[in-house]
Design a protein around this ligand. Structure first.
Ligand code: FES
Length: 576
């Protein structure tokens, strides 16, 4: 970062607008075609507003209005705003998983910025994969950028109870299957659980990634916790618009902010909020775009030294609206104090430490102080062993603690269809001590690594009162999910990882305190099984699926495409 302000001629967009040749004539005349005059753009930074609004993404329903607020802010600060649509990645609708399309949006964001006369960008995202995707694209293009989070939706309500996105769906689905609630109840939950625009209001992937992004310095202080429909959200959008113009003149770029210190702040935040397991994959991928390598052990190390402070579902009791009004992320970060790199710079021009210096907790049951932490250690653990040589993750605060050390026989499902076919079969040989294993649900296997990792408890065990058991897969799980679910097992079964060799009846040992995941089968027997294992045929002959299958990486390297990962320089387009 330099303290010198740029001149207009040094702006990237000046190459399009400022020259005196025929091409520049075209750029100016076509801008005038849209009703703009030279007074709108001449001598001003061009600010892209990358908007992931769509009719098929309810979490971003307010983004058309918010884009207007961003424009207002850009105009106030003397910039020229241009709204540009980008893929919406509506989490609940896209199949097999939005994860399959995260890298596509990252690529779209990067190329939209590269190909157009853009000097800086406000990234409008929130629904799960939109956050890492936009940040990955922005890091790769490395133009000044601010992330504007969609904000959580209002708290769900039903029969006087509060409902949390996702978490209460899983909970009441189990109760419906166990016969403890009626179809009428289930309908009431459907009507009451999603009450406004905004992202899932539990500490799911959206809330987690927004918090992590703010902690890394890419959003304005406090932005990540503001409910989507609070008027403070609109003011934050306008402030983001004002600030990006200044970032362009000061030439502050994402890679100036996303250093190892900032990434560590993101990981510490993830652990303190008991955030989504998905954030591990996304942080590895985002950091990779800034040239920073993140081994899984680094997450585990930070987790062991970070107290868990955010009493938010699925690992806690409250919801994101409560979190905001209890002080929001700045109040939680202030508690972490010296566990953070407080000197890390942020988009508002101040250090993280300066931004949180006066943040207060207004409800210390929602945001715990360090001496009243929910748990002394953070929200995630990394496991290794002969069943997951390259790693797997689990969320200890969100599971029944009796299962932290567990040994039991595997019940294996060869894929998601097999799981759905047999899980409620009354003849299925399964007890509360069994370990449910799902194969072929990883990046290549599913494909796209869907959120199937919270395998349902078999109906007959639900009727016995069982609500948690050990489950293992190479899938992910929703950040709103909970339970003793071992996820992201790598290498995945579809490419011949040891998970492919597990058979029903094999003994599996989970040891979370010891960070171990072991298949208690002799090496010779595993070698025999491996010799018989047949590699599946590629599923796609053409289309994006073929590109994905050829280039996607495993979970521990962030599932980025090999040709997108890293921080190698890409040439600017020639303007002819
Ligand atoms: Fe969009 Fe959960 S479905 S954030």
């Amino acid at each position: 970062m330099t303290s010198r302000r740029k001149t207009y001629d040094e702006l990237r967009s000046a190459r399009w607008y400022g020259a005196k040749d025929m091409r520049s004539f075209g750029h100016r005349s076509r801008t005038k075609q849209m009703g703009y005059s030279a007074e709108d753009y001449a001598g001003k930074p061009v600010i892209a507003i990358l908007n992931t609004w769509s009719d098929i993404n309810p979490c971003h329903e307010h983004f058309r209005d918010r884009a207007q607020a961003v424009k207002r802010g850009v105009l106030q600060a003397g910039g020229f705003p241009l709204e540009m649509p980008a893929m919406a990645l509506g989490e609940v609708f896209m199949k097999p998983s939005t994860m399959m399309y995260r890298n596509l949006l990252a690529m779209e964001a990067e190329e939209l910025l590269r190909a157009n006369p853009i000097d800086g960008v406000v990234l409008m995202g929130g629904c799960d994969k939109t956050v890492p995707a936009l940040v990955m694209g922005a890091l790769s293009m490395n133009l000044p950028a601010i992330f504007l989070p969609a904000g959580p939706m209002l708290i769900g309500r039903w029969q006087g109870k509060q409902l949390g996105s996702g978490s209460d769906v899983w909970k009441y689905w189990s109760e419906l299957r166990a016969g403890n609630i009626t179809e009428e109840d289930w309908q009431g939950i459907e009507d009451g659980i999603s009450r406004s625009a905004g992202t899932c209001m539990t500490m799911g992937t959206a809330s987690t990634m927004a918090a992590v992004t703010e902690a890394m310095g890419l959003s304005l202080p406090g932005a990540s916790s503001i409910p989507a429909v609070d008027s403070a959200h609109e003011r934050m959008a306008a402030a983001s618009g004002r600030r990006i113009v200044e970032l362009v003149w000061q030439d502050v770029r994402p890679r100036d902010l996303v250093t190892q210190a900032a990434v560590d702040n993101g990981i510490t935040t993830l652990m303190a909020i008991g955030g989504s397991t998905n954030a591990v994959i996304h942080l590895v991928a985002m950091a990779g775009r800034a040239g920073i390598k993140l081994p899984l052990e680094h997450f585990d190390k930070i987790s062991r030294q970070t107290p868990f402070l955010a009493n938010i579902r699925p690992s806690g009791k409250y919801l994101m609206e409560d979190f905001c009004y209890a002080g929001g992320l700045p109040a939680l970060l202030r508690q972490l104090g010296s566990l953070l790199e407080l000197g890390a710079p942020t988009v508002n021009g101040k250090s993280l430490g300066e931004n949180i210096a006066r943040a207060e907790i207004y409800n210390d049951d929602v945001i715990r102080t360090r001496n009243q932490a929910l748990q002394p250690e953070g929200g995630l653990a990394v496991l290794k062993g002969n069943l997951a040589p390259n790693g797997a993750v689990i969320k200890p605060p969100a599971m029944e603690q009796r299962l932290l050390r567990h040994r039991g026989p595997a019940v294996v499902f060869s894929d998601y269809n097999d799981l759905n076919r047999r899980i409620d079969d009354p003849t299925l040989e399964v007890t509360a001590d069994s370990v449910l294993v799902l194969q072929n649900a990883g990046p290549h296997g599913a494909p796209g690594m869907p959120e199937w990792g919270q395998l349902p408890i078999p109906k007959k065990l639900l009727a016995q009162g069982v609500r948690d058991m050990v489950r293992i897969s190479d899938a992910r799980m929703s950040g709103t999910s909970y339970g003793a679910c071992v996820l992201h097992v790598s290498p995945e079964s579809y490419i011949g990882g040891p998970l492919a060799l597990v058979q029903s009846g094999d003994i599996v040992e989970l040891d979370v305190p010891g960070r171990k995941l072991t298949l208690a089968v002799a090496d010779e027997e595993l070698a025999r099984r491996r010799a018989r294992w047949v590699s599946p045929q590629p599923r796609y002959q053409r289309s994006y699926g073929a590109l994905f299958d050829k280039h996607v990486g495993q979970a521990e390297i962030g599932c980025d495409f090999d040709f997108l990962a890293g921080d190698a320089a890409v040439p600017e387009p020639e303007i002819h």
